[in-house]
Design a protein around this ligand. Structure first.
Ligand SMILES: Nc1ncnc2c1ncn2[C@@H]1O[C@H](COP(=O)(O)OP(=O)(O)OP(=O)(O)O)[C@@H](O)[C@H]1O
Ligand SMILES: [Mg+2]
Length: 403
């Protein structure tokens, strides 16, 4: 264990994570309960056995659209004919449900979420179908962003193997998820910004809104947008500083950069002036957004990553190097968060060992153990986790059940 790992393990007073997970009508699971230790958790099973679905369920105990970013309606278990003896229908009004007992800073919380049933066929009700219900300690809360106060999860999925190659949206979401960990209000700001943007866009498309209404939406969006940009800048600066002082001994040293108009303006202008600029920019975009769907702003920002020692942008790195860069970001974020807040995020690592050489794979597993993280790690192979045989909880998944 290096010095930093020792320092970090001293800071962590109590381990954090999900100690009990319950799924009802979630994907391939009619009913599933897992009692989990706060340590590495290895889920192995054949393709299609339901490993990723368990990680996805945990991701729904945090703000956002889950690890796959799908429509809530897709999650409802298909095939009720296969209901087994263990089946327990979710609460009357829900299509599917996930609940978890979460431990954080020596406290325990019960988080629950699910999607509300669609009972009528009107357009409004289709929206209700998509509506996510969130409960914290048995009390319904109005904003799913509140989940972020109790559980913070960061994930790496096989889809993210292409994170640096495709469009900007998945990179932005990845960045924003990391920002949530430092700043729980960030999830709320992002959700509110998106909500206002959709409203603004719809009004412009319908051509029915009055100037006063549009202006008030633009002012609110600009105010939130500048706060979003500032939080992203703070996170990137913090991680860059951390990595410069404490580079990882195995995973590559990285440099992070934000490529966004609003973020860049905050380099040289006061926030109030950037806000004015943003308001004017939105005003100017009223016509063009209807024709070409394009408005510059925090909803367009890109998150750039460089392999520092090689002076190489992530998109030009090899597949294994790109995976390693992602792991570097997550390790830096995790260490920073522990030092800052005294608790670690839960890591959801789906097939994370793919593309890693043996040294990096074993190093990652050792680091997870040394940092005392709860990391849910999936794989089709069991033997690669032998290095954790005394330190992890092992589950194998078969026939929609976990053993
Ligand atoms: N809404 C749903 N209802 C029922 N089953 C579903 C639903 N959505 C997905 N599934 C099924 O759940 C099964 C498990 O999927 P999952 O992605 O968790 O598998 P996995 O163990 O991660 O497999 P792999 O090793 O290939 O990644 C799949 O067979 C999939 O078709
Ligand atoms: Mg999978």
């Amino acid at each position: 264990m290096d010095n930093l790992a020792i320092k970090i393990s001293e800071v962590v007073k109590e381990k954090s994570g999900v100690s009990r997970l319950t799924l009802t009508d979630f994907r391939n699971y009619a009913y599933l309960r897992i009692n989990a230790d706060l340590c590495p958790i290895i889920l192995t099973g054949e393709n299609g056995s339901g490993k990723t679905n368990i990680l996805e369920a945990i991701s729904f105990l945090t703000p956002g659209r889950g690890l796959r970013g799908v429509r809530l309606a897709d999650i409802k278990r298909i095939c009720p004919a296969l209901v087994g003896a263990e089946y327990r229908a979710p609460a009357e009004s829900l299509n599917w449900a996930v609940s978890g007992i979460v431990k954080k800073n020596n406290e325990e919380y019960v988080l629950g979420t699910g999607a509300q049933k669609n009972q009528r066929e009107t357009e409004d009700e289709v929206r209700t179908f998509e509506r996510r219900i969130v409960q914290i300690n048995g009390q319904k809360v109005s904003s799913q962003a509140d989940l972020g106060k109790y559980l913070c999860a960061i994930w790496i999925t096989p889809q993210m193997d292409r994170l640096f190659l495709g469009g900007t949206q998945p990179r932005r979401s990845f960045l924003d998820r990391i920002v949530y960990a430092f700043d729980v209000e960030h999830a709320k700001r992002i959700a509110n910004f998106e909500h206002l943007y959709r409203q603004w866009y719809q009004l412009l498309k319908n051509g029915s809104a009055d100037n006063g209404w549009l202006t008030s939406l633009e002012e609110e969006m600009a105010c939130l947008g500048v706060a979003i940009a500032a939080a992203r800048r703070e996170l990137v600066a913090r991680l860059n500083t951390f990595i410069t002082h404490d580079p990882d001994d195995v995973f590559p040293d990285i440099m992070l950069e934000l490529d966004g108009t609003i973020e860049k303006m905050l380099d040289k202008m006061a926030a109030v002036d950037v806000e004015d600029f943003y308001i004017n920019n939105l005003k100017k975009s009223r016509k063009s957004v209807v024709t070409n769907d394009y408005v510059d702003g925090v909803n367009r920002t890109d998150f750039k990553v460089y392999y520092k020692k090689k002076h190489m942008p992530a998109e030009l790195c090899s597949t294994g190097e790109q995976k390693s860069l992602l792991i570097s970001i997550i390790l830096a974020q995790t260490k920073c968060q522990i030092l800052d807040k005294g608790f670690a995020p839960v890591l959801l690592l789906d097939e994370v060992t793919t593309h890693l050489d043996d040294i990096k794979r074993d190093a990652l597993l050792h680091k997870i153990k040394d940092l005392k993280l709860q990391a849910w790690i999936t794989s089709t192979e069991h033997q690669i986790f032998d290095v954790l045989k005394n330190d992890a909880q092992f589950f194998s998944i078969k026939n929609n059940q976990v053993f």
